[in-house]
Design a protein around this ligand. Structure first.
Ligand code: R5P
Length: 309
């Protein structure tokens, strides 16, 4: 059974395929000079894509990733349908339909934070992306989606999986924290899972976002004096949330602070900003980034095994 990948999924697919006893077959994906995307199932991959159910690993980030994912799903779907008709008349033009069975594994689901209509007139972007993808696949596995409820009415089965077990392993071997902290209420479940796996103390901060660049952490009595703390979140973007949380922890006596996340976006100089506030940053490889030390493949494998039962 093949695990296929586009440009954003190659590294994860390389690790994922053997976990599933599958073969990784990279698909062709490149850009035209004007920036438009081009994808193709190469001739030597057609047989594998048609032989058994297919798993595509692809991110919906950045915007070009959304389009690439849809184009790849459509190309795979046509090959499985046996529709190879082409302008140049290359053979074969038609093969028997082998059925759909195309599953999408998404390490990082872009637009996940626009999961509500915060103001009238907005699009619920996270749902729009899900609805588009559902037209071209038979099921999805999504890693640490910010708020899974946004996809509850999607027309294909979705497995929501988490890298928190692997993040807990990483923290146990490299940090050995005394305390795990969620930087806001939204990350409580994930951070608590890490704390439970490691047998570490747990608490959270009250975060108020003033705007995209300004966050306030309400002080809370935490017994972190003299302790090593790991802040666990689903994603780090500008790093503002982590830096403010770390400052609050240090004011309360924490001696070392580490940050861990599934999705390391690290926008706008986040890595150097974080280096002034925390002692270490541990991210999964759902997105390529300089702190990708945890594999996202085991979590995706768990979801795919459930989905394809
Ligand atoms: C928001 O609720 C998320 O869970 C993260 O806390 C947030 O996206 C992190 O963004 P930043 O690194 O820009 O503070």
């Amino acid at each position: 059974m093949p695990v296929v990948s586009g440009s954003s999924g190659r590294a994860v697919a390389d690790i994922l395929a053997p976990l599933l006893d599958m073969q990784h077959v990279p698909l062709l994906s490149r850009k035209f000079p004007d920036g438009e995307g081009y994808v193709r199932v190469p001739s030597d991959a057609i047989e594998s894509v048609r032989c058994e159910p297919v798993v595509l690993v692809s991110n919906t980030y950045p915007d070009s990733g959304i389009l690439e994912t849809i184009l790849l799903l459509k190309a795979i779907g046509d090959v499985r349908k046996g529709d190879l008709s082409n302008y140049k008349g290359k053979e074969p033009q038609k093969l028997p339909d082998v059925g759909s069975e195309v599953y999408l594994a998404i390490p990082y689901y872009g637009y996940s934070r626009q999961d509500k209509r915060f103001s009238p007139g907005e699009a619920i972007s996270a749902r729009v992306i899900g609805e588009m993808l559902a037209n071209y696949c038979d099921g999805m596995v999504i890693l640490d989606l910010h708020a899974p409820e946004v996809l509850k009415e999607i027309s294909v089965p979705v497995e929501f999986v988490s890298s928190m077990p692997e993040i807990a392993d990483r923290l146990r071997s490299e940090v050995n924290p005394d305390f795990v902290l969620s930087p806001d209420k939204g990350a409580i479940d994930r951070a608590k899972e890490v704390a439970t796996i490691g047998g570490w103390e747990f608490s959270y901060l009250e975060k108020t976002r003033i705007d995209a660049h300004t966050i306030e952490h309400s002080p809370k009595d935490l017994d972190v004096n003299g302790k090593t703390v790991a802040i666990v979140d689903d994603m780090i973007s500008t790093g503002g949330t982590i830096c403010r949380a770390s400052d609050a922890l240090r004011r309360q006596g924490a001696t070392a602070v580490h940050a861990a996340c599934t999705h390391g976006l690290f926008t706008a100089g986040a890595i150097s900003r974080l280096s002034n506030h925390v002692d270490g940053v541990h991210s999964s490889d759902s997105l390529p980034n300089p702190r990708a030390v945890v594999s996202s493949a085991p979590a995706l494998a768990r979801g795919l095994q459930n989905l394809m039962k």
